[in-house]
Design a protein around this ligand. Structure first.
Ligand SMILES: *Cc1c(COP(=O)(O)O)cnc(C)c1O
Length: 377
């Protein structure tokens, strides 16, 4: 039997990338590595659509989120945390762990943040120094309106916009410099088609200025140290060498395809998946603004998402994600970010039809697959 990975991270790794990473280890203080690192730095700027340095940390994505909090702010600082899912909650937990005073902008799970509400909260709380948000809230499958929010934060000299782009960078358009985003964070195991283990963070000039005032203790994630090293094609500590070699390959693939085409590919798969799911009589969990990274499917009456996820695994050796926290059992999440193509979506939609059928849900077999072929033909 084959195994299939359809969770929104970790995502499948292309064969050519796996082969590159299987090569014997090289030394990170030798020229062969620093030459490669120089090319990786350029590729990351292209991916983030920024002139700023994109720093590479050895951590999962959360490490870069922590780096953002610990480098930008000081104890007691007010930050506005957008919470509309599990990853929004994580920003809040990080802010609290480092002694900040978060003001919460809560939105129902499944809905995008309302920029008007954010503007109002910023006006009411003039001491707020940062807005912490996701671009794509992976726990609900919703995309937040980053462009509109950046229009609110960009003119405020003392407010930075910190975006967790972990399932947005390399999925849909979010040009860091052009939109005036101050911090963008991502990780290796989502759209970047790599195993987990690398986190990325880039800071605008405004964010670097704010970082100079920060009084929070830090060491491994001291971003200024990472910046100084990166500018010499180095890292302050031993990097995850094999992953960076894999990243070099991934960036070449993305540059060859072209970012515009990468975004179009994701949008096409996402649209087809959403339409196929609806054709089966199911509903999306996202009430508006679904993310092109993944599709969160609402469970119909009488179907338990945990059972459905188990059926996928037992019958097809296929991993999809369930719901977390208060929506556990109420949704399943299907990924289409990174190394996925149209034929992959036939596998997961086929398995969804057959699994629902197995659980006694009255799905017309072929109804989702038919729409998928119409959309992707
Ligand atoms: C996956 C994910 C994270 C967490 O990343 P880890 O790599 O598990 O630390 C954070 N935010 C979003 C939006 C994610 O999708």
């Amino acid at each position: 039997m084959k195994s299939y990975l359809f969770a929104p991270g970790p995502t499948p790794v292309p064969e050519n990338v796996l082969l590159r990473m299987a090569a014997p280890i090289i030394h990170h203080r030798e020229k062969v590595f620093s030459d490669l690192f120089g090319e990786v730095r350029e590729g990351l700027k292209y991916l983030f659509q920024t002139k700023q340095e994109v720093l590479i940390l050895t951590a999962s994505g959360t490490g870069a989120m922590e780096g953002a909090v610990s480098n930008l702010f000081s104890k007691g600082d007010q930050v506005l945390v957008v919470r509309a899912g599990k990853f929004g909650q994580r920003w809040g937990e990080l802010a609290e762990a480092f002694g900040l005073s978060p003001v919460y902008a809560d939105f129902p799970w499944g809905e995008p943040a309302d920029p008007e509400k954010i503007k109002q909260l910023l006006d009411e709380n003039p001491a707020v120094k940062g807005v912490l948000i996701q671009a794509s809230e992976t726990s609900t499958g919703v995309m937040h309106p980053i462009r509109e929010i950046a229009e609110i934060t960009a003119p405020r000299q003392d407010v930075v916009l910190v975006v967790d782009g972990i399932t947005a960078v390399g999925v849909f358009e979010m040009p860091m410099d052009a939109w005036g985003i101050d911090v963008v964070v991502t990780g290796s195991q989502k759209a970047l088609m790599l195993p987990p283990g690398l986190a990325f963070i880039s800071l605008s000039e405004k964010a670097w200025r704010m970082a100079e005032q920060s009084d929070i203790p830090r060491y491994y994630f001291d971003l200024k140290k990472h910046l100084d090293s990166a500018q010499k094609n180095q890292t302050p500590y031993t990097p995850a060498i094999s992953l960076i070699i894999g990243l070099h390959e991934v960036l070449s693939m993305l540059m060859e395809e072209g970012l515009e085409n990468v975004f179009t590919r994701h949008h096409r798969l996402a649209e087809a998946t959403r339409e196929a799911v609806k054709a089966m009589g199911l509903q999306l969990f996202a009430k508006a603004s679904p993310s092109d990274a993944l599709t969160a499917v609402q469970m119909p009456e009488g179907i338990d998402g945990i059972e459905l996820k188990k059926t996928f695994l037992e019958r097809y050796d296929m991993v999809v994600a369930g719901g977390q926290n208060q929506i556990k059992g109420k949704i399943i999440r299907i990924a289409h970010l990174g190394y996925f193509d149209p034929m992959d979506m036939f596998q997961v939609i086929g398995a969804l039809e057959m699994s629902l059928h197995k659980l006694g849900y009255p799905v017309e077999l072929g109804s989702g697959l038919k729409v998928l072929s119409e959309k992707l033909a």
